[in-house]
Design a protein around this ligand. Structure first.
Ligand code: DGT
Ligand code: CA
Ligand code: CA
Length: 573
């Protein structure tokens, strides 16, 4: 069974953490973390790439040394450098760094003074009050560590959807190849496209004696069989993710799919409709007395209950049941509606490829346009573009547009919103762009009031068009900054500004609720990938998932329009 991207990423993260504990060069530490991020969110599996002889150097943040390490892990399942370091310091110390409030220095102290090597050690020491006595810790820090530990288990329990997808893909293929298995579907939050999933709920349509349970047990990723009967099983995978599997008969397939897709509140709401008619609805079907009156397809069940079929993304009991009864469900946006990407980076700053290469990649995907959004100066990591450099890039794009067929390259920038709410480039430069994408990249610690004011002030500038990744969260890495999102929505609507749905797997920002908020406030969005190389352009579908969960139609999403209509819609009146 091939090594998953998430496992490679975990090894690199561990390596980065342990190097930091040992006081290694910060650049080296950062390089491993950046590589972990790239690998974790990459749309193709490293195992496949290595297998097909692809050049891993082309991936963002992957130099020659790292490319070699990825190859080694894929081929041997091991990372020798990590093993070497783990012979000096216990590997579990890396897990401690994930506890909020603990950096490398403190972890080192805890290890040296109290011999704390694991999360369990840490909890024991904290709850028995031994940590407060350490120099530089104190009672407050001890409390914070306990809270951090509680948080950790909450965060650890869920898997980001793009990562879960990788596991699901190989498991579905594995089960489908089993004799007697007719169909395999993943239900649950996975099918509803929630941004993180608690576990995978698999439904298998199979005849009696199909052998699917043995097949599941022999999946290479299975670490432990928690329970296994004739019709249901629960297993734990090596990644820590749980899989629930149920075998269902063809006559019940729709009812089972409906039941196990959830959400629970949605199920409860539609079961009430059945009860109102004195019928019974469960995972086997819809019953009048003993007679099954629907069950083979979801559509049949919904139809009998007087409802239109509800797209799984809407099944959260947020008004969809009522809307489905009145045939008023929104026509949700689809990936095929998208005509271009409005957030990408090039090698002029921290991207991998030239403008031309990015544009040709976008054209190949069938896009009509792609905007170039290199950073302004304030983002120090890559040395962003100053006014002169941006003006030169604008001229270069004009020339490219004459030469490159089939796609329009739009002139834009990812403009930093400074702490006082001004934009990082003068208006007379910004006016040369087709539109701006503006973002907060530092000053995350401002109070909710101040952060909100800062962004609203930036929106006051008539050159402001799109707010990039509006809450700044990084999934599993950084919580959203404190900001009054409803007020930002109101402010955007009043000023004719637009919100971004950043589709990068590390962000998904706006998330589903943010999208719904935008829609309810009458604010349009764009769905963009924040691509740093051509392959990242494929992340777009993850943004579409969240937009659909937020009830958005193609109308609500401006990059479903042609280039002229898009520019028109972005123009502020
Ligand atoms: P997750 O795994 O936490 O991301 O969320 P789900 O929605 O996948 O939840 P899960 O795996 O516990 O259960 C899968 C589906 O099964 C759930 O969405 C609805 C259904 N279900 C589970 N337990 C119940 C229940 O007690 N009542 C009802 N009506 N449905 C349930
Ligand atoms: Ca689930
Ligand atoms: Ca489950």
């Amino acid at each position: 069974m091939p090594v998953h991207n998430a496992e490679i990423a975990d090894l690199f993260e561990r390596l980065g953490n342990l190097l930091e504990l040992e006081g290694a060069n910060p650049f080296r530490v950062r390089a491993y973390r950046a590589a972990a991020r790239t690998v974790r969110g990459y749309p193709e599996s490293m195992a496949d790439l290595v297998g097909s002889g692809a050049d891993l150097h082309q991936l963002p943040n992957i130099g020659g040394d790292l490319a070699g390490k990825i190859q080694t892990v894929v081929e041997t399942g091991r990372l020798p450098l990590l093993e070497e370091i783990e012979s000096r310091v216990p590997g579990q110390l890396s897990d401690l760094m994930a506890v909020e409030g603990l950096g490398p220095k403190r972890v080192r102290t805890l290890y040296d003074e109290l011999h704390i090597r694991s999360v369990e050690d840490l909890r024991r020491a904290a709850t028995s009050g031994r940590i407060r006595a350490l120099p530089g810790f104190g009672e407050k820090t001890e409390q914070k560590i306990i809270a951090g530990l509680d948080n950790l288990s909450v965060r650890k329990g869920r898997t980001p959807l793009p990562e879960a997808e990788e596991t699901a893909r190989s498991l579905v293929a594995w089960l489908e190849a089993c004799k007697g298995v007719r169909e395999v579907t993943v239900a649950g939050s996975f099918r509803r496209r929630k941004d993180t999933v608690g576990d995978l709920d698999m439904l298998v349509v199979a005849g009696k004696r199909s052998g699917v349970m043995d097949r599941l047990r022999s999946f290479d990723e299975v670490r432990e069989v928690v329970s296994a009967g004739e019709k249901r099983a629960t297993v734990l995978l090596r990644s820590g993710m749980q899989v629930d599997l149920r075998v269902v008969a063809g006559v019940s397939k729709g009812a089972a799919l409906l039941y196990f897709t959830g959400s629970k509140p949605h199920n409860i709401a539609i079961r009430r409709l059945a009860v109102d008619r004195k019928w019974k609805l469960n995972e086997y079907g819809l019953f009048r007395g003993k007679r099954r009156i629907a069950g083979r397809t979801e559509k049949e069940v919904y139809g009998r209950l007087g409802m239109a079929w509800v797209p799984p993304e809407l099944r959260e009991d947020r008004g969809e049941v009522e809307a489905a009864k009145r045939r008023r469900l929104p026509k949700l946006v689809r990936l095929e509606h998208i005509r271009g990407d409005l957030h990408c980076h090039t090698s002029a700053t921290d991207g991998r490829l030239s403008i031309e290469k990015m544009a040709r990649a976008a054209a190949k995907m069938g896009y009509r346009y792609l905007s170039i959004n290199d950073h302004t100066r304030h983002v120090t990591v890559a040395g962003g573009l100053d006014a002169d450099k941006l003006l030169r890039q604008i001229e270069a794009i004009d020339r490219l547009n004459e030469r490159v067929d089939g796609i329009t390259i739009l002139k834009s920038s990812e403009v930093d919103i400074l702490e006082d709410g001004s934009l990082d480039l003068p208006d007379d430069v910004l006016r040369h762009l087709d539109f701006t994408v503006c973002a907060v990249h530092y000053g995350f610690g401002l109070s909710r009031e101040k952060q909100t004011e800062r962004i609203l002030r930036a929106m006051d500038n008539p050159c402001f068009n799109i707010l990039a990744h509006p809450t700044g969260r990084l999934i599993r890495e950084r919580a959203p900054y404190a900001v009054d999102l409803p007020r930002l929505m109101e402010g955007a609507r009043e000023r004719g500004c637009v919100m971004e749905v950043n589709a990068h797997p590390a962000r998904l920002d706006l998330n589903d609720e943010g999208c719904r908020m935008a829609r309810d406030a009458g604010v349009r969005v764009v769905i963009s990938t924040d691509a740093h190389s051509d392959s990242d352009l494929r992340y777009l579908r993850f943004g579409v998932d969240q937009a659909r969960r937020g009830w958005m139609t193609a109308e609500d999403v401006l990059n479903t329009r042609g280039v002229r209509a898009l520019k028109q819609a972005l123009r502020r009146s």
